[in-house]
Design a binder for this molecule. Structure first.
Ligand code: AMP
Ligand code: MN
Ligand code: MN
Ligand code: MN
Length: 276
């Protein structure tokens, strides 16, 4: 469809710079792109002078809803908002505190040699970007505790495993408020990825709407047609807009093509109508 409203750069856990992402999106014939790094908008201070497509300023915040780590994308935000800069600074501090907790848990299981050494190693890997579990995954591979990053997630870092520390995140309601205050549209990220029952997912989306959420990602990355239909139905029933994004992080995952998302089902109200 040539519209991709969710991807990551080197400013969080992606492997391409903002300029390389834009270049790849253009090669893939995208006309609209949003770079939505985890808890930071610093990519928008690191753009090439020529862009050549409609770049929609965005962000992906981590938040908490009940016991679930829920991601909320903010689209068409003001990336130069001072309040947003302060909020991103606070999220970075939360990520640092969380990294200490993750390191303590991994140390208790003898997966790392020392807490300080691991924090130093993770910071080196992150190179100034927002620190997250993918950086821990790479560290565990670097020191030989895991064979590859997929195995590190599977055994220690994915939802419910010891390194899945989520008690730092602000409530989903608060995060939706930040996005609205920055002039943006709050979008529930990858609804099909949360490990919850159908009933709980509907409650999550209901709550998201009551907090001021405006859209959900009806298509996200590679997703089965059944899931897309289910999300399109919820979206129509709750009168929400529909977004689409690859959640592209790197070229390693060849089936996640930047800028080449699955089309939105007929009848969905596209989220970009909210600002165009
Ligand atoms: P964090 O921001 O620290 O909560 O880490 C979440 C990020 O980890 C996601 O945005 C993905 O990039 C990555 N991730 C989550 N689950 C997995 C998994 N099972 N395998 C590989 N990467 C994952
Ligand atoms: Mn990520
Ligand atoms: Mn996410
Ligand atoms: Mn993402």
């Amino acid at each position: 469809m040539g519209i991709d409203l969710h991807c990551h750069s080197t400013h969080s856990d992606g492997s391409l710079s903002p300029a390389d992402l834009i270049r790849l999106a253009l090669t893939n014939q995208a006309t609209m792109l949003s770079i939505t790094d985890h808890d930071t908008v610093s990519a928008y201070r690191d753009l090439p002078s020529e862009i050549g497509l409609h770049l929609v300023p965005g962000v992906e915040f981590s938040s908490a809803w009940r016991n679930v780590d829920v991601h909320v994308v903010g689209l068409n935000i003001d990336p130069y908002s001072r309040d947003l800069a302060l909020i991103c600074g606070e999220q970075a501090e939360r990520r640092l505190r969380r990294a200490e907790k993750i390191a303590k848990k991994l140390f208790a299981k003898k997966l790392i040699g020392s807490i300080d050494g691991a924090l130093e190693g993770v910071r080196k890997i992150a190179k100034g970007s927002t620190i997250g579990r993918p950086h821990f995954a790479r560290y565990l591979v670097e020191i030989g505790s895991c064979s590859d990053t997929g195995a590190a997630f599977k055994s220690y870092l994915s939802a419910g495993k010891i390194g899945d520390v989520k008690d730092e995140w602000p409530h989903m309601c608060e995060v939706v408020g930040w996005i609205k205050a920055a002039g943006g549209i709050p979008v529930l990220a990858h609804p099909a990825k949360y490990k919850v029952s159908h009933l709980k997912l509907v409650s999550m989306i209901d709550d998201f709407k009551s907090f001021g959420g405006r859209a959900i990602e009806v298509t996200s990355g590679y997703q089965s047609p059944d899931k897309t239909k289910l999300l399109a139905d919820i979206c129509a029933r709750l009168n929400l807009s529909a977004s689409c994004g690859s959640d592209f992080h790197s070229l390693e995952k060849r089936w996640f093509q930047l800028g080449k998302t699955q089309p939105l089902p007929v009848g969905c109200k596209p989220v970009w109508e909210e600002w165009s």
